[in-house]
Design a protein around this ligand. Structure first.
Ligand code: SF4
Length: 312
């Protein structure tokens, strides 16, 4: 099964062209193959990913049901809901589960309280939150979810992507951020799923922003970066002008899809630290991804293959 090489139509048939699929390919083409083409389950679910999804869900519920909700129970319910999904895949606990859940709750509440107390989150008009999109590109359909679209009093639209990762994104990278550009492109040329129906909205975004949630973390002691009790910084990283070129973006995205749909799954070892496909990856010598290998594989002595798998 894993030794089969797929053609472009077969790959397109097997994968869903979602923003997360492209993200996985950019992170490691080999991992993309395991996850999306071969449809192997990951060996574990990461706590950071569950935490991030729980925070997104809470923020969506804050904007849907109001900011007066009880933050601890809001987070607790979202976390329980997400931990209850895909129960056949084990969670990668770092400590004893109860201790990890307590750490996540404390951290989640801290970030969400910071979000609720940030004035703009209360006063801005949120046009859409966690809205699904689809957009056509050369006969293919790309899908995904936009975190938020905010409308300012002057009518200007701001696209907001909420990040809960450890590392603060840099402003410079925003112009070239393919994910934000994909959202902006979809708002202009695609459709949104509103009240169960796909609606073409043709909206032009004036500003794209990343909302860095961890800026709401509180310093626990005095240090050279800040004083005890203060927030770690401002959450907004914005690109004021729509400096992307849709033509260039289209060309780049098509190039990415072109490479994704060739069965050339090279490893990107920079992503190994958080990869849940290490096991199939370690078995890789048995994935004869070229017809040439298939022709000569019977000539390679078995002990050599075993030693290679063990990394000897
Ligand atoms: S272990 Fe590393 S190289 Fe292998 S699939 Fe995962 S990220 Fe890619």
């Amino acid at each position: 099964m894993t030794g089969i090489m797929y053609r472009k139509v077969e790959i397109l048939d097997r994968i869903e062209l979602r923003q997360s699929t492209i993200k996985d390919w950019l992170s490691c083409p080999l991992m993309f193959r395991f996850r999306h083409v071969l449809k192997l389950d990951p060996s574990y679910r990461s706590l950071a990913a569950i935490h991030g999804s729980a925070l997104h869900l809470c923020i969506h519920r804050l904007h849907t049901n109001g900011f007066t909700q009880d933050i601890p129970s809001l987070y607790e319910n979202a976390l329980e809901e997400l931990m209850g999904e895909e129960t056949h895949i084990p969670i990668n606990w770092k400590n004893e589960p109860g201790k990890d859940v307590l750490i996540l709750k404390t951290h989640g509440e801290e970030l969400l309280k910071g979000y609720v107390n940030h004035k703009r989150n209360l006063t801005d008009h949120i046009l859409y939150s966690e809205v699904k999109f689809r957009v056509g590109l050369k006969g293919m359909i790309l899908t995904g979810t936009i975190d938020q679209l905010r409308q300012h009093p002057d009518g200007g639209l701001e696209l907001v992507d909420i990040k809960s990762g450890m590392q603060r994104p840099i402003k410079r990278a925003l112009n070239r951020d393919w994910q934000l550009n994909l959202y902006a492109y979809a708002l202009r040329h695609g459709e949104l799923l509103i009240n169960g129906s796909w609606v073409r909205i043709r909206m032009k975004v004036m500003r794209t922003s990343i909302y860095f949630l961890r800026a709401h973390e509180i310093y626990k002691r005095d240090g050279k970066y800040g004083k005890k009790g203060c927030q770690k910084g401002g959450p907004w990283i914005s690109c004021e002008k729509p400096s992307w070129e849709f033509i260039q973006f289209r060309a780049e995205l098509l190039n990415i899809i072109k490479m994704m749909t060739k069965d050339w799954p090279f490893p990107n070892t920079a992503s190994c630290g958080f990869c849940a496909y290490r096991e199939p990856c370690d078995q890789r010598p048995s994935i004869h991804l070229s017809h040439g290998y298939r022709r000569i594989s019977h000539l390679i002595p078995q002990p050599e293959i075993k030693a290679f798998r063990k990394g000897e």
